[in-house]
Design a protein around this ligand. Structure first.
Ligand SMILES: NC(=O)c1ccc[n+]([C@@H]2O[C@H](COP(=O)([O-])OP(=O)(O)OC[C@H]3O[C@@H](n4cnc5c(N)ncnc54)[C@H](O)[C@@H]3O)[C@@H](O)[C@H]2O)c1
Length: 255
């Protein structure tokens, strides 16, 4: 069994948006001593966040702009990150898009757009980063699915989103099986409603009340709720957890 190197990097995708899960996660991991590699389609915001993180937490951080749906660009972007950071031990796949179009109005382009970013994107980044983790003999992969995968939507996004997030769970289980012998764990997190801007903009107080009505706790989730779960699954002590989907959803889905 390989232990974590003292200096190690977590790559976090989708961390650029100001009120998003990725940003909170990147800050949380930096606070736990991880060096941080950021990938987001918004390259400028990514670079600024990297600076903010290294100033604030004193860890090494770098950000590269890339569309995760472009496999070749992802490989090149990870090459750039790796050139200036400690070995990559963690990967957090956060980048994703919502899609509220009803199925009967859905056009092919929208279906493919969502699948390419939310599912192919996770595959592209994981496939490239797994090569490095296999060489290092240890790794932690966490991908953000959604309770939408388990409940067939029911929040804001509809069919292609649900399908893409169900795909992330399938990918997680298959990779847990194949990468386990290389010392790599692979898990997913299924968030319930989290207070970010992905559900058509900032949540109004009325919208929060509607969302909370379906939950067992009396509030919507925060980005810190997800960042804490990611940090737990990325930790060295979590090496016996793999192939798991952790619901962080205020009790919205019980299974
Ligand atoms: N907020 C919720 O309620 C909720 C619930 C369940 C799952 N999720 C999932 O959590 C993840 C983060 O969501 P969020 O709420 O922080 O949303 P967000 O919109 O704030 O963040 C999404 C990030 O992904 C980036 N991104 C989008 N397309 C990209 C692409 N093609 N390549 C690279 N980066 C790209 C965006 O620039 C942004 O920084 C998403 O995968 C989302 O589906 C969110």
């Amino acid at each position: 069994m390989h232990t974590f190197p003292a200096e190690r990097t977590a790559v976090v995708t989708g961390a650029a948006s100001p009120r998003g899960i990725g940003r909170a996660t990147a800050h949380r991991l930096a606070g736990a001593g991880w060096s941080i590699g950021l990938l987001d389609v918004d390259g400028d915001a990514c670079a600024e966040l990297a600076e903010e993180i290294s100033r604030g937490s004193g860890v090494a951080a770098a950000g590269v702009g890339v569309d995760v749906s472009d496999a070749a660009a992802v490989r090149a972007a990870v090459d750039r990150l790796e050139a200036g950071l400690p070995p990559v031990v963690g990967l957090v796949n956060v980048a994703g898009v919502s899609s509220p179009t009803p199925y009967l109005e859905l056009e092919d382009d929208e279906w493919h757009r969502v699948l390419r970013i939310n599912l192919d994107g996770v595959h592209h980044v994981t496939s490239r980063v797994a090569q490095s983790m296999v060489r290092g003999g240890v790794g932690r992969v966490v991908s953000i699915s959604s309770v939408s995968a388990q409940r067939g939507g029911g929040t804001f996004s509809k069919t292609p989103y649900s399908v893409s997030k169900a795909g992330v769970i399938g990918l997680t289980r298959a990779l847990a099986r194949e990468l386990g012998p290389h010392g790599i764990t692979v898990n997913a997190i299924a968030p319930g409603p989290i207070d970010t801007d992905i559900m058509g903009g900032r949540l109004s107080e009325e919208r929060k009340v509607e969302l909370v009505a379906d939950l067992l706790v009396d509030r919507v989730g925060t980005t810190e709720d997800i960042a804490g779960a990611v940090s737990f699954l990325l930790a060295e002590e979590s090496g016996f957890i793999t192939g798991h989907t952790l619901n962080v959803d205020g009790g919205l889905y019980m299974h």
